[in-house]
Write a protein that binds this ligand. Structure first.
Ligand code: ZN
Ligand code: ZN
Ligand code: ZN
Length: 354
């Protein structure tokens, strides 16, 4: 994520801000220009850019629920690009659902930001049942017997909103023996399945994909049943980013894709802050040093990205441990996983970086 500032007073802003806390100007994100815009308004409905009063906007309709701070050009659709992907939102009459939905939207907006930076296609389904395009269903269990399963099918990403309840999410994490479980992680994983359809399924990459991730034609439900019965293969961390990635080729892709988005977004943030890592107590060890000198989305050579990533993760893990938190980055990347990440970087960058 980039670091933004208020164009009126210079105050630093978070991506989620809709108000500058220093000068009280309204703030919104323009997903076309990928910038935070400082706004002025006479009626709290129509807004214009303080640096260019010809640029006129309204907030996305979901701003009325405080679930979105993205802008839409005046006279255009009520919903922003990110919210136009919503097909089902939780019933807001139920206690606690608005708070859960807010947390889900925070994660979803960050996901969409990353997809826009990668310049992969982000298109909403025009009709709810269209074959093409992306849509989100945010739902809760309707009754004890009928569980809503978080997952992806034909571009529809379903999230069970109970994952936005931290106690429940941590319980699932412990039950499944996971080291990392977040809403943003779910979003990144599920959308990975969608981009397999978009970028790999009918492409020239399919052979190379199968060499790296295995054959996706293996029966999916049998593979998953077997995984839940028997657990991951021994020494899974020699070839996979997570135990779950061992369950089926598609899950390996989605887990690795999510991981790729984690590292690109985090490195972009580190770059925005000008973070350099030069440990004072390790002597001259180039493997532990880095200058995050370039926006990772503009780097073609994946090795350069990894050279920045590993010292950064060691430093931030150490900061977390100093605060008594668990590791920010509880992963080890084996060479085979590096090859898979490299492949995703090449596929995503094929148009953007050439
Ligand atoms: Zn300000
Ligand atoms: Zn919106
Ligand atoms: Zn999956």
């Amino acid at each position: 994520m980039k670091l933004y500032n208020c164009k009126h007073c210079g105050n630093a802003l978070y991506f989620e801000n809709s108000l500058c806390l220093k000068c009280q100007h309204n703030i919104g994100f323009n997903p076309i220009q990928m910038t935070m815009v400082t706004l002025e308004t006479r009626n709290n409905v129509d807004f214009s850019d303080v640096t260019n009063n010809q640029a006129k906007y309204h907030y996305c309709e979901n701003a009325s629920h405080s679930t979105c701070n993205w802008l839409v050009k005046a006279d255009q659709a009520p919903f922003c690009l990110a919210c136009s992907l919503n097909r089902t939102i939780p019933k807001l009459s139920h206690d606690g659902n608005l708070d859960k939905w807010k947390r889900i939207e925070l994660a979803k907006h960050r996901l969409i930001y990353s997809l826009l930076r990668l310049q992969v296609p982000v298109n909403a389904k025009i009709e709810p049942d269209d074959e093409e395009g992306l849509a989100f269903d945010f739902m809760s269990d309707t009754s004890k017997g009928k569980r809503i399963m978080t997952g992806h099918a034909n571009g529809v990403i379903t999230i069970n909103i109970e994952e936005a309840d931290e106690a429940i999410r941590v319980q699932h994490k412990l039950d499944l023996g996971e080291k990392y479980r977040t809403l943003l992680g779910h979003m990144r994983h599920e959308v990975g399945h969608y981009y397999w359809d978009v970028l790999i399924k009918d492409s020239n990459y399919l052979d190379q994909y199968r060499q790296l991730f295995g054959d996706e034609r293996q029966d999916y439900s049998e593979a998953l049943n077997s995984y839940y019965e028997n657990g991951p293969v021994a020494n899974w961390n020699d070839s996979y980013i997570s135990p779950y990635a061992t369950s089926h080729s598609w899950e390996d892709w989605a887990e690795t894709w999510a991981h790729y988005l984690h590292l690109m977004d985090t490195l972009e943030t580190a770059h925005a802050f000008g973070i350099d890592i030069y440990p004072t107590q390790l002597g001259d060890n180039p493997k532990m040093q880095t200058e995050i000198y370039q926006d990772p989305y503009t780097i073609k050579d994946f090795k350069q990205i990894m050279d920045m990533w590993l010292p950064l993760t060691f430093a931030v893990n150490s900061l977390n441990r100093s605060m008594g938190h668990i590791d920010f980055y509880p992963f080890v990347i084996a060479p085979a996983v590096l090859d898979k990440l490299q492949f995703i970087h090449d596929v995503c960058g094929a148009n953007r970086l050439n």
